[in-house]
Design a binder for this molecule. Structure first.
Ligand SMILES: O=C(O)CCC(=O)C(=O)O
Ligand SMILES: [Fe+2]
Length: 235
């Protein structure tokens, strides 16, 4: 698929999946670094209220902030940069690289939008890199509702109920998923060992750095910087 086709698919669906985007050996190397960092039993980072209300269990890691430079190669990948520019326009911003790890037996992530869609033009772009396969045996499949980035705020309701028009993604090692921050998405429970993904977040020119501070769930809006529920949703 050429850049124009990818851009078109992204604009229509709010996400696009591109298999075999990254080099296998690079994926192997980063995968090893991530497994080594988390070890056997990482601690949770969020407080109990968040864990129970959001039904989201992830342990984040920002490797570049700790001087782990091996993650820069993906960030500097020319194809990834060209694609990002096509989607976000000139002078887009690279925000940070965040690995998200979920342990066996945890809930994954409930339905959410990474940032409120109150202003449709203000959003982040997830550039998700999968350094190992997401499989049905392990769980942790990424689920999206196509076109939902144009539907406004995520509907109120059961945080983890299925949508009729949802699509389950099973990215393989080396797959790139571009996902609009307003697209309704979630991660299924982790039934097998553990799963992680690596997100190179970016945003159009002029987007505030804290664009993803408030996350919209089906039952609340949650502010990460203060670990607080800023709105209990009733509708
Ligand atoms: O890990 C995934 O597959 C999706 C994670 C996610 O919700 C995000 O990066 O905003
Ligand atoms: Fe997300």
């Amino acid at each position: 698929m050429h850049i124009s086709g990818i851009k078109e698919a992204f604009e229509k669906d709010g996400y696009v999946v591109i298999g075999d985007f990254f080099d296998y050996a690079v994926m192997e190397h980063l995968d090893g670094l991530i497994r080594n960092y988390y070890g056997e039993d990482p601690d949770f980072w969020h407080n109990d209220e968040f864990l129970s209300k959001a039904r989201t269990e992830v342990v984040p890691w920002f490797p570049q902030r700790e001087g782990v430079s091996e993650f820069d190669a993906i960030e500097n990948d020319e194809c990834l940069q060209a694609l990002t520019e096509a989607i976000l326009g000139p002078e887009w911003n690279s925000q940070y690289c965040m690995v998200m790890y979920s342990k066996q037996g945890t809930a994954g992530q409930a339905w959410h939008q990474d940032c409120p869609p109150d202003d449709p033009t203000r959003h982040n772009l997830n550039r998700l890199v999968y350094t190992s396969d997401i499989t049905d045996e392990i769980g942790g499949q990424t689920v999206v509702v196509p076109g939902s980035h144009k539907r406004g705020v995520l509907s109120f309701g059961d945080p983890v109920a299925e949508f009729d028009d949802q699509v389950v993604l099973r990215p393989k090692k080396g797959t790139l998923v571009l996902l609009h921050g307003h697209t309704w998405h979630r991660v299924l429970p982790i039934t097998g060992s553990y799963r992680f993904s690596t997100n190179y977040r970016s945003a159009p020119k002029g987007t505030p750095d804290d664009i993803t501070d408030i996350c919209v769930y089906r039952n609340m809006r949650y502010r990460f910087s203060t670990s607080s529920v800023v709105e209990e949703r009733t509708a």
